[in-house]
Design a protein around this ligand. Structure first.
Ligand SMILES: Nc1ncnc2c1ncn2[C@@H]1O[C@H](COP(=O)(O)OP(=O)(O)OP(=O)(O)O)[C@@H](O)[C@H]1O
Ligand SMILES: [Mg+2]
Length: 415
């Protein structure tokens, strides 16, 4: 039964931590980083077996802590490899059970609402390098982060962006960028940085009457953990029924709560807090102007242009170790009109077909026992244009050229 898995995960996690700390003591930052990463993954899994939301939250925070620490160790390692002189390794995070359980108990006394918020906390491994193309958007965001975190000259107040909206067709990288943004905050700050991945429609339907309280709680927790990112996905569902008489009291409440958070009213002018709101939508035209005007930056994430498609194709093939026996420009041409998600699907289809063709004997090997299976060398071959052409037959872009143009028109209307 799955119930037995909790203690096993805990002990595997402890084991990884032990190894991590041994490697750390021995000054092997690379090994230590690997074990801390492993401990983080196990802790994250272990969080699924928590008895309460509060406990789950504690475990997720631990997982983040281990992963961040692994990142810092890697940075040190790279700096040293680049010739920097050996620095003293930072102290590793504790896995002190007592502290954990005390915190858990305290947290356990917190309201059910904050527990609901914990379920929205997301740990994501996405980095800027995982995002192909979109260079200007990445630069814009890094600039915004930099300006918000940097120290201005004494006496100078610099207004920074706190609300960004991404709009564009499905599968173009909006969620990916939000996740990388929250990751970037983790690297630049030493404190905790959490990623609140909030599907607005989900919060509305699941917590209906309570949803505005949930939003307040999310922002409260985000502020406590500044710097952090609140990602409001499917943002249009917030205001979709506005204007029609059907908008309920709960919908009005959640809207006014979000608006006051976007206005930063609850931050009361504090400049030491940085909570970045990123909203994403496929249907910006459904969002009314009062809400739109709160977003200082509205960024179109369009269907990928040829340069971006090439970058995504590289990420999906070469970066994953597959060899191409065709020219990238041919694939760029083949994938015209595709979103990033469709390119990902195409490559998955191509690689899995190729692998299943070359390794048709794998089921028989399993019959011979696990040891045999472990010794089995999976065979691969370079991918040809034909492979891609065959797979592309089955993948039709969800966004038509007309729909893609609608985003451009809408942008023009906003100017
Ligand atoms: N620019 C990109 N670089 C690399 N991969 C991409 C890119 N855009 C999309 N992808 C791939 O497509 C998948 C879906 O992207 P993502 O979830 O960010 O889309 P989205 O814009 O949030 O879509 P939706 O509007 O449907 O929520 C990603 O997991 C990734 O594999
Ligand atoms: Mg998304």
């Amino acid at each position: 039964m799955s119930l037995d898995l909790g203690p096993k995960l805990k002990s595997a996690c402890d084991d990884s931590l032990h190894k991590a700390k041994m490697a750390w003591k021995a000054g092997d930052s690379e090994q230590a980083a690997q074990h801390f990463d492993q401990a983080s993954k196990l802790m994250l899994k272990f969080a699924e077996y928590a008895n309460s939301r509060a406990q789950e939250y504690q475990r997720k925070r631990k997982a983040i802590e281990y992963r961040e620490f692994a990142g810092r160790l890697r940075e040190l390692h790279n700096e040293q490899a680049a010739g920097a002189k050996a620095a003293k390794l930072p102290a590793p995070p504790s896995n002190d059970e007592d502290i954990d359980s005390r915190q858990t108990e305290q947290a356990g006394n917190k309201s059910e609402l904050s527990n609901a918020v914990n379920s929205l906390i997301h740990v994501s491994p996405v980095t800027w390098d995982d995002i192909g193309g979109l260079e200007q958007t990445k630069r814009d965001i890094k600039y915004t982060l930099g300006l918000s975190l940097a120290t201005p000259p004494k006496g100078v107040k610099i207004a920074t962006f706190r609300n960004i909206m991404f709009y564009g067709p499905p599968g173009t990288g909006k969620t990916l960028i939000a996740a990388a943004t929250s990751n970037a905050l983790k690297v630049t700050s030493d404190g905790q940085a959490l990623f609140f991945n909030v599907k607005v429609s989900g919060v509305m339907s699941k917590y209906f009457g309570e949803s505005s309280k949930i939003i307040s709680e999310i922002y409260g927790t985000a502020r406590d953990n500044s710097p952090s990112v609140v990602f409001l996905d499917e943002f249009e569902s917030l205001t979709a029924s506005r204007g029609s008489d059907e908008q309920s009291g709960a919908e009005r409440r959640i809207l006014s709560t979000i608006l006051s958070e976007l206005d930063g009213l609850t931050e009361k002018g504090r400049t030491d807090i940085f909570v970045l709101t990123i909203a994403a939508t496929n249907r910006p035209w459904e969002i009314d102007n009062a809400v739109l005007s709160r977003f200082e930056k509205q960024i179109l994430i369009p269907l990928p242009d040829p340069v971006t498609r090439e970058a995504i194709l590289k990420i999906q093939t070469e970066k994953k170790g597959f060899v191409l026996e065709c020219e990238l420009p041919e694939l760029v041409k083949l994938t015209e009109g595709y979103s990033g998600r469709e390119i990902e699907r195409l490559v998955k289809q191509v690689t899995s077909t190729m692998i299943s063709e070359l390794n048709a004997d794998l089921p028989d090997v399993i019959d011979k026992g696990l040891a045999q299976a472990k010794n089995y060398q999976v065979k691969v071959r370079p991918l040809t244009l034909k492979d891609f052409q065959v797979a592309a037959e089955g993948i039709r872009p969800v966004t038509s050229p007309e729909e893609a143009a609608r985003y451009l028109d809408w942008r023009q209307d906003q100017d």
